[in-house]
Design a protein around this ligand. Sequence first.
Ligand code: OGA
Ligand code: NI
Length: 363
Amino acid sequence: MEAETLVNYDRTKELKDFDETKAGIKGLVDSGIVNIPKMFIRPAQELAEELVNPCQKNTEVPTIDLSNIEEASRRKQIVDQVRVASEEWGFFQVINHGIPLSVLDEMIDGVKKFNEQNLELKKEIYSRDPKMKVKFNSNYDLYTSHTADWRDTLTLSFLDSDPDYNEMPEVCRKPAMDYIKCMKKLGVTLFELLSEALGLQPDHLGSLGCTRGCSIVCHYYPACPQPELTLGVRKHADAGILTLLLQNEISGLQVLREGQWFDVQPIRGALVVNIGDLLQMISNDKFKSVKHRALATPVGPRISVPCFFSGHATLLDHPFGPIKELTSEANPPRYKEAVLKEYIAKFLSGALDKKAPIDYYKI
Ligand code: OGA
Ligand code: NI
């Protein structure tokens, strides 16, 4: 950035003015802007790197078919596919997972309706309060990150309680309740498969509390007039245990593998699954938590609904670390034990583009 623009540019004021509108990115787009505000523009060096590192089109993130999972021989195949994908990609898509298409379609539609309803109703729950279970905002790390992202988010966070119908925003109540129920059920199946893929008893990860407590994060990415200058979500790895993600038909999600970006192409009815930092940690680096991002798109809205499994509140004071069965003299633990409460505090005080909480525990 040139010296002159640095002097004249008050970033904090720009962030604050934007935040105070409580209208998010959609508010900017609705006001008819043609050029995106400076707070969203990625540094020149990052934009230059983009040009020399185009997205790879020839290989795809694995897709795993979960049909007939109850047959022993099919299950073994599926477990093998889950192991390879979790070790090599940290990402895979699942199809024939048993969740009705209508539940997924209605969730996407519910997110659209929430964002496109009367602004006053969204403003009522616009907040950055970590204690609020249901809240709407743009960029949870708006004030701590280097560059803001092009997305608005409705968070439904139920780490320590069952979701409550009456707490949900009215326009998407039923879809959200149904979606959460289905995600929890699929989560149980996936944690069994992941346990088996680690060579453990099927209930091992479940018995550690992995299947309990989840947050649903509804991202709404309005069409962007200058998509090449910003991102929908910056490069990051997910800090929790496991993420299941539903996306609409607009592609934008990309995964970093061996220094190159790969699209995670939307498949109707599929869910994207990715390993989070905590699962990488407790698997002692056998499974990989891989960096990913979402592009800003010229058409929109792109909608995605990740469900983050991050452990239950009853586990907050418990220390956890690499699973004993997965370490040995030849393969010693690569992480110190962590306390979930402290880990979460580190995540909340940082930003997506800053030091990852897991890095504090590496040996
Ligand atoms: C996230 C994320 C990607 C997407 O919320 O952690 O990676 O496609 N989202 O929205
Ligand atoms: Ni993510």
